[in-house]
Design a protein around this ligand. Structure first.
Ligand code: FES
Length: 160
């Protein structure tokens, strides 16, 4: 004599597992979206120096309109790509352009006309205002010089 066992009908009970699966998929997608929303600003912050360096190297020439009128013994600060740069019109008539980013830790340097030198206020680095050579202080390398072409419309500065 055998007794029939009454098992639950698993085949017909598919609705509940599908609902649970759908919930887990939706929760996973929401979690992924939330993580991406948190991570993207961090990625942008960390990636920006690399992108800035890339865009800075992409620029090869800058035209400075009316810069030919710059008085002797003065400086014009400008952006070469994303990096600060300076155009110096020396008292003796020479024109020099170079990057204005200190080679020590990246502060923006300044031209001091009375001393005819370039000074970095962060740690006292000094550069030649003619060659960009690091003269004293902690800067390990000279400032990069640009080519300068003065014409009637302004000054063209390009990579040397
Ligand atoms: S950053 Fe210029 S001397 Fe240190």
């Amino acid at each position: 004599m055998s007794e029939a066992i009454n098992l639950p009908n698993i085949v017909e009970d598919r609705g509940e597992p599908n609902t649970r699966r759908a919930f887990l998929v939706a929760a996973g997608a929401a979690g992924l979206a939330y993580t991406a929303a948190l991570a993207y600003p961090i990625y942008r912050y960390l990636a920006s120096p690399a992108e800035m360096a890339l865009s800075a190297t992409a620029v090869t020439e800058v035209t400075l309109k009316d810069a030919h009128k710059l008085p002797a013994g003065s400086v014009l600060m400008f952006k070469f790509g994303t990096a600060p740069a300076m155009l110096i019109h020396h008292a003796d008539g020479r024109w020099v352009a170079m990057t204005a980013v200190c080679t020590h830790l990246g502060c923006t340097v300044q031209y001091e006309p009375q001393a005819d030198r370039i000074h970095c206020a962060c740690h006292g680095g000094v550069y030649s205002a003619y060659t960009g050579a690091n003269v004293s202080g902690p800067p390990p390398k000279p400032l990069k010089l640009f080519k300068v072409a003065v014409n009637d419309a302004g000054v063209e500065v390009s990579r040397a």
